[in-house]
Design a protein around this ligand. Structure first.
Ligand code: CA
Length: 452
């Protein structure tokens, strides 16, 4: 009886009411719907009970205790990860923390900071010379991973390789407010699985200066390369800056990916603006040198909407030889090598051709040598872009041109900061430009940010 009372205390009145309303199900509720809390702390002990007073030491141990609906609270402080923490060695991979136990629909397993504490996972002591290091490998589904700071993931191999902060192989997961920085690894790397949301995550200062030529060609902020059938993956409210390759990359994707309200800056540069690898803000498409018979059918149409690209070395928004079209809607590009590069290919994946079948609605380009290149306007849907309207813009048309605003702290709910950078000024040229109302209606302005 005391046990049941404790359960009531944990679950709250709503749960009690729900159970009492359905008398016949009372027993089932009491047995199956109890969610537990588990605790992990840097000074914890994996032989402990996992309680607030006696926390575990590792996320891996906590996973073993958790059932669907449970929450694993991570206490603040630095978790110094070592090779002793490697859970799985498989082929060319060394996976440190492996989250392979799933929640259920409506009952995710949640990993999150305790109250406002800041858990930092430091991988700088793991230098694997034989395999790739994956800091967090998530193959389970119905998982909510939130608020982890992941730093110092290393590359130890000299030949072609790629270390990874968070590898995503499950479905219905939410990756929220993860920060991945100051390492040699890609931030988030999605491989397979559907309906994942990558929300309000930041990846910065990531550069593999060890392998191959040290230019860091595999280190994007975010990579999304879903296999056939892996649909419904969305990046929303994320930021990427100073990553040695690209900000966001979905080369070789077999299904469409959405990028909404994401920002990319300084891709392809070190923090001293040394030139590193590719340097595109949003690389949405393409299949490299894959033979034509390995291309997906249909070719996916990626969506890039309300995104901002600033001073990326190569292109702000790049179709990357995509053998088909994408949707580029209400994006803002400022000071990139090229702001919009729609380079396409025929479906033989060999013959280079000006980009075709794209939809370009209400995009904004400013201060680049090239607003848009490699673009066949006659074979695209083109509506109300600053460059196709041939607007004559000046600095006075924007609230601010201060790039530092991009890196301002996030709001308390994790959403992006309010910025004036590239926001159309009230009564400026952009605000006066009459734009057609398109499906999706309210974005009847040019660029990613509403005029102010
Ligand atoms: Ca890349």
């Amino acid at each position: 009886m005391i046990g049941i009372l404790n359960m009531f205390a944990k679950r709250g009145l709503a749960w009690i009411a729900a159970c009492l309303l359905v008398q016949g199900l009372f027993h089932a509720c009491a047995v199956s719907a109890v969610a537990d809390s588990w605790y992990v702390a840097p000074a914890g002990d994996d032989t402990a009970a996992g309680s607030l007073e006696k926390p575990f030491a590792t996320v891996q141990r906590a996973q073993g205790a958790a059932a669907p609906g449970d929450t694993i609270y991570l206490r603040g402080g630095v978790y110094k990860m070592t090779t002793a923490h490697i859970t799985q060695r498989k082929g060319i991979f060394g996976r440190v923390t492996v989250l392979n136990i799933s929640g259920k629909p409506g009952q995710p397993i949640t990993y999150r900071p305790y109250e406002n504490e800041a858990p930092v996972f430091d991988f700088s002591a793991i230098k694997l010379t034989d395999v790739r290091c994956t800091a967090f490998y998530v193959s389970g589904s119905w998982i909510h991973l939130m608020g982890l700071d992941i730093i110092g993931v290393q590359v130890g191999k000299m030949e072609h390789t790629q270390s990874i902060c968070v590898e995503s192989q499950g479905s219905h997961n939410v990756f929220e407010r993860l920060t991945m920085h100051d390492g040699q690894a890609i931030g988030i790397y999605h491989v397979r699985g559907s309906d994942n949301l990558f929300l309000n995550c930041d990846a910065w200062n990531n550069w593999d200066y060890t392998s191959e030529n040290g230019k860091g060609e595999n280190v994007d902020g975010f990579g999304c390369h879903p296999t056939k059938g892996s649909t419904g993956n969305i990046f929303r409210g994320c930021r990427a800056w100073f990553n040695s390759d690209d900000g966001y990359d979905c080369i070789s994707a077999s299904e469409a990916v959405r990028f909404e309200n994401c920002w990319a800056a300084y891709s392809g540069y070190s923090t001293k603006f040394e030139s590193l690898a590719n340097g595109n803000g949003f690389k949405a498409g393409g299949y490299g040198s894959h033979p034509a018979n390995e291309l997906p059918d249909p070719i996916p149409r990626h969506v890039v909407q309300n995104c901002v690209a600033v001073r990326n070395k190569a292109s702000g928004f790049y179709a990357n030889h995509h053998p088909g079209g994408c949707d580029w809607i209400n994006n803002t590009a400022f000071r990139n090598g090229t702001n919009f590069n729609m380079q396409g290919r025929l479906t033989d994946n060999r013959t280079e051709i000006l980009g075709y079948d794209h939809r370009l609605f209400r995009n904004l380009s400013y201060k680049s040598r090239r607003d848009i290149t490699n673009f066949n306007a006659a074979k695209c849907e083109v509506v109300d872009n600053s460059f196709t309207l041939e607007l004559k813009l000046t600095d006075q048309d924007f609230v601010s041109l201060d790039e530092a605003e991009l890196l301002k702290p996030r709001k308390s709910d994790g959403s992006l900061p309010d910025i004036g950078l590239m926001r159309p000024a009230k009564d400026g040229t952009l605000s006066r430009a009459g734009v057609e109302s398109m499906p999706g209606g309210e974005s009847a302005y040019i660029g990613a940010l509403k005029p102010q």
